[in-house]
Structure formats: C-alpha cells, structure tokens
Design a protein around this ligand. Structure first.
Ligand code: ADP
Ligand code: MG
Length: 225
C-alpha cells in the first residue's frame, strides 16, 4: 500500500537548514498496524505528515496504492488525501465553534456528500465510538478521552483505508488512552491500515511492528519477509 524509497525532508529558513528526514525507506502493507517511536525531534511527525500528504518530501519516492505521489503539488496532494486518509492528533484539533456532530460531518461536507447521508454516517460513526449522547455538545464540554473519540470518528467517517495517528494518547490518562488504543485496534482488525507515532511502549504493543527513528533515519534492520 505504501512504499517510501530514500525520502528526505529538509526544512530551510534564512539562517538554518534542518534535515528532518534523512533517507527513509519503508514498506507498509494494507491492513498493517505500525508504531513509530523515537526521541523528540527525530522526525516522527514530519514522516507522518509526508505519509499523509500534508507535506511534500524534498527528495525520494513515495508510492501510495501504486501511484507516485512524492512530486505532487499541494493542490494535488489535497485531492488525493481527501477521504482516503484519516488523521488523529495528540491535541485532538477539533473546531471549538462546531458541535461534535458538525465536527465529525465536516470531511463529508468537503467530499460533497448529501445532507441526508452525512447525517446517517455521522450518527453511525458516533455510535461506533460510543459518543452519540454528546452529538450536540461542543468540544470544550467533553473530557479529553471523549474529544479524542470524536476526533477518531471524524478521521474515520469517510472510511479511509489509511489512518495516521500522531501521539493519539499523549494528552490522555491511562484509562482513556487504553480506550483510544482499543478503538484503533478494532478499526485495524476491520481492515484499516494504521500508522501511529507514540512514546508509549504499551501503546506500541498494540501494533504489529515498531519502527524506530533517530536523527531522521530508521534504525531498524528491514525484516526479511
Ligand atoms: P518529532 O515529531 O519526532 O518530535 P518533528 O518531525 O516534528 O520531530 O521534527 C523533526 C525536526 O524538523 C526537528 O528538528 C524540528 O525542529 C524540524 N522541523 C519540523 N517541522 C519544521 C518546520 N515546519 N520548519 C522548520 N523545521 C521544522
Ligand atoms: Mg512530533
């Protein structure tokens, strides 16, 4: 599903040049659940953003579902990303002025899905994350764990094949964190490919394999199969 070959990402400002990714090669098969670990600043979020087409690489090849996407413009990346890739962030990133249901329905609005179908799919996915009883609430009225469940609902309402999660339990206590991990595991067992950045060994144990990053490089030896 995913094949990265020698991906580099260099951030340039007038004074400094930061090599955030330094020759990353990686293959991910459909249905895999992968954890990415490594110290702060090693390039984890940069890698996730490139995988999710939020950002482009400086050089290298990225094949997503058989298509080369490394050289796409921002506009083309947005088009490919829409509906195909769901994001979950550490800080939830919900829109405070919108209700839970409106937040979750937003990706469907961007996809041009009819109001009636939006309503049905939003209600289904809110049931799925057990937060239907808060559909009319605003994010600030929910606990962190509930907000992250809403964010997962929003990330999955378009039924994406790929879910990317950047420290999804980073702002949660252990009980809420475990709930979020159980939910991600469930989505994975139903077929979603998941790539998750985490600092927690316990969270990583939910994944099929763990990739370690250091100074923009993968330090693991590629597996033989
Ligand atoms: P991690 O998620 O592992 O903590 P990041 O991927 O966020 O690391 O960052 C990797 C490196 O790239 C860091 O040195 C960071 O300062 C730098 N970096 C990340 N994003 C930018 C940016 N937009 N502009 C300049 N430097 C950046
Ligand atoms: Mg990060």
């Amino acid at each position: 599903m995913i094949k990265l070959d020698n991906i580099t990402k260099i951030f340039r400002t007038s004074e400094v040049e930061t090599v955030a990714l330094d020759g990353v090669s990686l293959e991910v098969k459909q249905g895999e659940f992968i954890a990415i670990m490594g110290p702060s600043g090693c390039g984890k979020s940069t890698l996730l953003n490139i995988l999710g087409l939020l950002d482009g690489a400086t050089s290298g090849s990225y094949q997503l579902s058989g298509h080369e996407v490394a050289g796409l413009s921002e506009r083309e990346r947005t088009r490919v990303r829409k509906g195909q890739i769901g994001f979950v962030f550490q800080s939830f990133n919900l829109i405070d002025e919108m209700t839970v249901a409106e937040n979750v329905a937003l990706p469907l609005v961007y996809q041009g899905i009819s109001a009636q179908e939006r309503k049905q799919r939003t209600s289904d996915v809110l049931d799925r994350v057990a937060i239907s009883h808060r559909a009319g609430h605003f994010p600030s009225q929910l606990s962190g764990g509930q907000q992250q469940r809403v964010a997962i609902a929003r990330a999955t309402v378009t039924r994406p094949l790929l879910i990317l999660a950047d420290e999804p339990t980073g702002n949660l206590d252990s009980r809420n964190g475990a709930e979020v991990m159980a939910l991600l595991s469930e989505l994975n067992s139903e077929g979603a490919t998941i790539i998750m950045v985490t600092h927690s060994e316990r969270d990583a144990s939910y994944a099929h394999r763990t990739i370690h990053l250091l100074d923009g490089k993968i330090t693991d030896h590629p597996s033989s199969h």
